[in-house]
Design a protein. Structure first.
Length: 678
C-alpha cells in the first residue's frame, strides 16, 4: 500500500470528566469486540499452516458516513499486508487471510471514515432522485486528486485522469465513471485515510505445522512388540511393526515411556502392590540403576536404537511421539542426587504419589514448590531437548495438570524457540477449565472427554463447544476411543459394533484422533472387574502377546478410515462441523465441509439394535440448493445413493453397517446415474 494509505496516529487516551482528551480528537471510528482474541490478548490464537484466519470486529462511527475497515497481518518480522473486511449485520465486519509459515503472526484491525465511499453513496442517491450533481462531481474530483498526490507511477496517472474526467463537461459520462467499479477499487486501496482507528496492540497468532491440525495416532508398548510370545520386545521389534502401522494410515506412533523402570515398590500384574519375580512393572515408574529420563530401558535397546527407530519411522511418513512423564521411581538417580526436588514427610521418607484412596508407591512426584525449583525446571528442559536431539518433534505429556501452569508455559516456549515445529499433546483428563488453560499456555492438542460422550445429545453438545469459538481459537481436540487407562463401559459390552461406531466417530468428528492400537484392533473388552475401566491383564503392568494378524481384526477398518481422512480435506479440519437433527435419539448425524468437499456422517450409537431415523438436512451446510438432487457415496461400503430434499431416512444395522460416511456431491444429471437410497 502507498504511504497515503498508511494508518495515521489515531489513539485517544482516556481523560477525567471535564478534561480534553489527549491525542487526535478527530478520530471518529470505534473498533471493539475483535475475534480471535484469547483472554484479551493474554494468550495467542492458534492456527496451522494453510488455514484461513477469519477476523471479526464491531466497527462504527457517528452519523451516516461510510467507513472502511481492514485487517492487517504479518508473519514475525515481515511486512504488513492487508485484506478488506466486509460488513455483516449490526456494525459487525469480517475479513480473512491465509497463514503460510510456522511461528508467530500478528494481526490488527484498522478503520477510518471513508469520505470517497460516503460521497459516492450520496452521489448515487442524488442521481437516482434526478438532482443536479455538477458541484458533487467537483467535490469528488478533489477527493480523487488528494489520493493522486500520494500515489506514484501508473496508479497516480490513472487517478489524475479520473479526477480530470470528473471535472469535465461530460456530465453523464462523468457520473458513470464516478459510480463505476474501476475508480471505486483504486480509491479503496489508495484513498487517503485520515484519523484512523487501530488496535492498541496487535493480536498474536501462533501458527503450527499441519500435523498439529491433522494427525492419526497409534499407541503401542514396545515391550509387547515381540513376535515371540513371552520375549520382551525391543525397539528393533517396533521397527518391524512400522510397515503394518503405515499400511493402516497412521502418521504418529506414540510410545509409552521407554526409560528404565524402578524396582522398589514395583507393581505386579493387574496393578498388584506386590510384584512377582520377573514382573515388568509400570513404564511410568521411571528410573533405575541404568539411568533416568535420558536413558532407555536395557531390554528395549539403547538411545542409538531409539534414534534409529525415529529415522526409520520418518522414512515411512510416521513420527514418533515420546511420552514426557515428569515423575520418578524411588530408584531414579534424581532421588539420590537431588533429594531437594522431592517432598519429604515428617518421618524423613519421600512422599509418593497419591490420589486417595489410590496409592502409587512406585512413583515419586517432583516438588515444584521446592527452593531449587529453577534447577528442576532447567533439568526437565534439558531432558526434553535431549530427546528432541534424537529426532523427536512430538511429545505426549503425561498428567500435565499435576504440574504448575507457569512451568509448562515456560518449557513449551523454550522448546518452540529452538524449534517452532515441536508439538505437545496434553494427557489431561481433568476439569474443562484446566484443560483449556493448558491449551492456552502452549499445548498443541489435548485428549478430550470423547471416551465418555456416547449418546448423540452429548456428542452434539460437546463437539459444538470444541469446534466453535471461543474454544476453537486455542483448543485442538484429539479423540481417542480407548487408552491403556480407559476401557469405556460401552466397549466392554457393545461388541464389534461398538468398536466400529466409536472408530468412525473419532475419525470423523476430529481432525486429530488416535487409538490404543492392538487393544483396539483386536477389540480388547475385558475389564479388571465389574464397574472398572481398567483392562484385565493390563499392558501397563505386564507383557502382552498380540495376534495382530487375527482374522477379526479391525485393521482394515482403521486403514479405510485413515484413507478416507487423507482423501477428504473436510475431515482434516475441526471447523466446518455441523450437526443435523434426527428424530431418533440413538442416531447422530453431522457434516464437515471445506470448500466443495463435503462429508456427511450418520452413526447408530446403539450397538445392539437396528435403528431407523429421519434426518432434517441443513442443505446449505451440504452445499446443496433447494430442489437440487445430490449423490451420496458411502466411502466405507462404496455404495451410491441419490437424495433430494431436506429430509432423508436412514436405517443402521449394528451387525452389518452401524455407520455411513458419505461424500456429498450436488448433481443435476438424470436419476439413472444413481442407485436409490432405500
Amino acid at each position: 500500500m502507498s504511504s497515503a494509505a498508511t494508518a495515521e496516529a489515531s489513539r485517544v487516551s482516556s481523560a477525567r470528566p471535564g478534561e480534553r482528551p489527549k491525542g487526535e480528537g478527530r478520530v471518529r471510528v470505534v473498533v471493539e469486540n475483535v475475534v480471535p482474541h484469547v483472554d484479551g490478548g493474554r494468550f495467542p490464537a492458534k492456527r496451522s499452516v494453510g488455514e484461513i484466519v477469519r477476523v471479526e470486529a464491531d466497527a462504527f462511527t457517528d452519523g451516516h458516513d461510510k467507513i472502511g475497515v481492514a485487517v492487517r497481518h504479518r508473519g514475525e518480522g515481515g511486512p504488513w499486508q492487508e485484506a478488506d473486511m466486509s460488513p455483516l449485520v449490526n456494525d459487525r465486519w469480517a475479513g480473512e487471510f491465509e497463514v503460510y509459515a510456522v511461528g508467530w503472526h500478528e494481526l490488527s484491525v484498522v478503520a477510518w471514515v471513508d469520505h470517497f465511499a460516503t460521497w459516492r453513496n450520496d452521489l448515487q442517491k442524488r442521481v437516482a432522485a434526478g438532482q443536479n450533481v455538477a458541484v458533487d462531481l467537483l467535490i469528488g474530483a478533489e477527493l480523487v486528486e488528494e489520493a493522486a498526490k500520494g500515489a506514484d507511477g501508473e496508479v497516480g496517472r490513472s487517478l489524475w485522469g479520473f479526477a480530470a474526467f470528473l471535472r469535465s463537461e461530460l456530465r453523464a459520462e462523468a457520473v458513470e465513471v464516478a459510480l463505476g467499479g474501476s475508480l471505486q477499487a483504486l480509491m479503496r486501496r489508495y484513498g487517503p485515510r485520515k484519523y484512523t482507528t487501530e488496535l492498541e496492540a496487535p493480536v498474536r497468532v501462533w501458527v503450527d505445522r499441519t500435523r498439529a491440525r491433522f494427525s492419526s495416532w497409534y499407541e503401542l508398548f514396545p515391550r509387547s512388540a515381540s513376535p515371540e510370545p513371552g520375549r520382551h520386545g525391543t525397539l528393533r521389534d517396533v521397527e518391524e511393526r512400522l510397515a503394518s502401522i503405515a499400511a493402516m494410515g497412521f502418521d504418529v506412533l506414540y510410545l509409552p515411556p521407554v526409560h528404565p523402570i524402578g524396582r522398589a515398590f514395583r507393581k505386579g500384574r493387574n496393578n498388584s502392590p506386590v510384584a512377582a519375580p520377573g514382573d515388568a512393572g509400570s513404564p511410568w515408574a521411571i528410573g533405575g540403576p541404568e539411568g533416568g529420563h535420558d536413558a532407555v530401558h536395557p531390554e528395549l535397546g539403547t538411545v542409538e536404537d531409539f534414534a534409529r527407530l525415529v529415522r526409520a519411522a520418518n522414512d515411512r511418513g510416521i513420527e514418533i511421539a515420546m511420552d514426557l512423564a515428569f515423575q520418578c521411581s524411588p530408584d531414579h538417580p534424581y532421588v539420590r542426587e537431588h533429594p531437594e526436588w522431592f517432598r519429604h514427610r515428617p518421618d524423613g521418607t519421600i512422599q509418593y504419589a497419591e490420589n486417595p484412596p489410590k496409592k502409587y508407591q512406585d512413583i515419586y512426584p517432583f516438588d515444584f514448590e521446592c527452593a531449587q525449583w529453577e534447577a528442576l525446571w532447567n533439568e526437565l528442559l534439558r531432558v526434553t531437548l535431549f530427546w528432541h536431539g534424537q529426532g523427536v518433534r512430538i511429545f505426549r505429556v503425561d498428567n500435565p495438570h499435576t504440574k504448575p501452569f507457569p512451568f509448562w508455559e515456560w518449557l513449551i516456549a523454550e522448546v518452540k524457540r529452538r524449534d517452532p515445529g515441536v508439538l505437545f499433546l496434553a494427557e489431561a483428563f481433568t476439569r474443562p477449565k484446566v484443560m483449556y488453560r493448558l491449551a492456552k499456555l502452549g499445548f498443541t492438542q489435548s485428549y478430550t472427554y470423547f471416551a465418555w460422550r456416547n449418546d448423540p445429545w452429548s456428542i452434539r453438545q460437546y463437539y459444538t463447544e470444541l469446534t466453535t469459538p471461543p474454544a476453537a481459537d486455542f483448543f485442538r481436540p484429539n479423540a481417542w476411543p480407548n487408552t491403556p487407562d480407559i476401557l469405556p463401559e460401552h466397549l466392554q459390552h457393545g461388541g464389534r459394533a461398538a468398536f466400529v461406531a466409536r472408530a468412525v466417530l473419532a475419525a470423523t468428528l476430529c481432525a486429530n484422533w488416535g487409538v490404543y492400537g492392538p487393544a483396539f484392533e483386536l477389540m480388547e473388552s475385558r475389564p479388571a472387574k465389574a464397574g472398572s475401566e481398567e483392562y484385565q491383564d493390563s499392558e501397563k503392568y505386564q507383557l502382552r502377546a498380540w495376534d495382530i494378524g487375527r482374522r477379526d481384526s479391525l485393521g482394515d477398518l482403521l486403514a479405510r478410515l485413515n484413507e478416507v481422512r487423507r482423501g477428504n480435506v473436510a475431515l482434516q479440519h475441526d471447523r466446518g462441523l455441523r450437526f443435523h437433527n434426527v428424530d431418533n435419539p440413538s442416531i447422530v448425524c453431522y457434516s464437515k465441509a471445506q470448500g466443495e468437499n463435503v462429508i456427511l456422517v450418520a452413526v447408530n450409537t446403539d450397538p445392539h439394535h437396528t435403528q431407523w431415523g429421519t434426518i432434517d438436512l441443513d442443505l446449505a451446510a451440504l452445499g446443496v440448493r433447494a430442489g437440487q438432487a445430490f449423490q451420496l457415496h458411502d466411502l466405507l461400503t462404496d455404495a451410491r445413493y441419490r437424495w433430494e430434499g431436506n429430509r432423508a431416512v436412514v436405517g443402521l444395522d449394528p451387525g452389518t453397517s452401524p455407520a455411513h460416511v458419505f461424500r456429498v456431491r450436488p448433481h443435476d444429471r438424470t436419476e439413472s446415474d444413481f442407485e436409490y437410497f432405500l
